[in-house]
Design a protein around this ligand. Structure first.
Ligand code: PLP
Ligand code: ZN
Length: 394
């Protein structure tokens, strides 16, 4: 922690993302009771909070304390998450003719993925609200992160993960002392199992966007992108989307920073990348009314993107529409090839999800979404190391 005295959190209320009804932040709450939709955390943006105040603060996401929901600093459970580097992929951009290609490398986070951000904030806020037990259905990375932060915060946790997830993801949960349950199927099947186990509601369920605070942790990627690029945003941000938290969070951060006067329009185009094996966003944009009935998801090496029915679909669609963005799909072969390509040119072992973002670029260029002079920023959301078992199988 820095030496400076910090002002307080500017958090005000929770707001239903569908009808704008507000709820107090002091309440233990999952989704909006009015509409059964995600709740968004709101802040008092009339108060002056200048970006100059960030100078000299700690190099983790808690530097944005005013714009985070935790009220007392004693409730912060941090393992040093956030403030990950933005790397320049010069060799790849020269090879493929991109004018500026950057990668925010989230593999530097505790437990090797950007999930540490959301989980650090959610566990801290849960502790502040007096919660002692947490349950999570996960594709893998969020489970490991939850297990680690619950160890730190002396909380009990249950992690429910698809049985086909590489062993490392399972082992790390047990290593950190979590109770692990595996389920045949994808994350939606794990979510069903979580509800069965938690019939009596003894555990607080922190499933993606079914509690308000993971989004707040994830949004700090947006704050960091702005701050680390000296408040000049890229033209295009390419994000591997599963539940969509990062995409929605980054856009929320941009909205808050516009209101704080920290950044100016135009904002980047937000691109969601999904594997062909599981691309519900593409399906929902194509056939908004019937897609769920006809949707048949399959597993993918990009485990984090195997989210067949994202709870935040309305918010995801809103971000794509407001940012003039779109969804791109990539094949399993492209994803695997991309991992090797980035490793061998840039020396970064990206996750399959990060590789998916990279492999979306030729499509975006071909469609004219990326222009010759555009500054592009890719998110590598996790380390590739944990996926080694799957890579060896191919
Ligand atoms: C490595 C990785 N990338 C991306 C995602 C998708 O996350 P989001 O909910 O932000 O779309 C996940 C989720 O599990 C993940 O583990
Ligand atoms: Zn509502």
């Amino acid at each position: 922690m820095g030496k400076q005295q910090y002002p307080y959190s500017l958090v005000t209320v929770l707001r239903c993302s569908n009808c704008n009804r507000s709820y107090p932040v002091s309440e233990v709450i999952n989704v909006s009771p009015c509409c059964n939709q995600p709740l968004l955390v709101e802040y008092d943006l009339q108060k002056t909070f200048s970006k100059e105040e960030l100078a000299g603060r700690e190099n983790d996401l808690w530097r944005y304390f005013e714009m985070l929901p935790v009220k007392e600093r004693v409730n912060i459970f941090s393992l040093g998450e956030g403030f990950t580097p933005i790397l320049s992929l010069k060799k790849l951009s020269n090879k493929y003719g991109y004018s500026s290609l950057l990668m925010k490398d989230e593999s530097h986070n505790p437990t090797g993925s950007f999930k540490a951000r959301g989980i650090s904030v959610a566990v801290s806020k849960a502790k502040e609200l007096g919660i002692k037990k947490i349950i999570i259905p996960t594709a893998g990375n969020a489970g490991g992160a939850l297990a680690a932060y619950c160890a730190k915060a002396d909380m009990e946790c249950i992690v429910i993960m698809p049985a086909h997830t590489p062993d490392v993801f399972k082992n790390e949960c047990e290593m950190y002392g979590a109770k692990l349950i595996t389920v045949k199927g994808l994350i939606n099947d794990c979510a069903k199992k979580a509800n069965e186990i938690n019939e009596k509601n003894e555990y607080f369920n922190i499933s993606t966007l079914k509690e308000p605070y993971r989004l707040e942790g994830k949004k700090t990627m947006g704050y960091e992108i702005a701050e680390q690029l000296n408040w000049h945003l890229p033209d295009v941000i390419v994000y591997p989307a599963g539940g969509g938290t990062g995409l929605i969070g980054i856009w929320k951060a941009f909205d808050e920073m516009l209101k704080l006067g920290w950044i100016k329009k135009p904002l980047p185009k937000m691109i969601a990348v999904q594997p062909e094996n599981c691309a519900p966003i593409k399906a929902a944009l194509k056939d908004p009314d019937n897609w769920e009935k006809n949707f048949v998801p399959a597993p993918t090496i990009a485990h984090g993107l195997a989210v067949p029915f994202p709870f935040g679909m309305n918010l995801i669609k809103k971000v794509l529409a407001e940012s003039n963005g779109e969804v791109i799909t990539v094949t399993e072969k492209e994803i695997t090839d991309g991992i090797y390509e980035i490793a061998r040119t840039e020396g970064i072992f990206v996750s399959p999800e990060g590789s998916a973002a990279w492999k979306a670029l030729p499509y975006l260029k071909q469609k004219g979404t990326i222009k010759d002079r555009d500054n592009i920023l890719l998110l590598n959301t996790a380390s590739g190391y944990k996926y080694m078992e799957d890579l060896h199988k191919r």
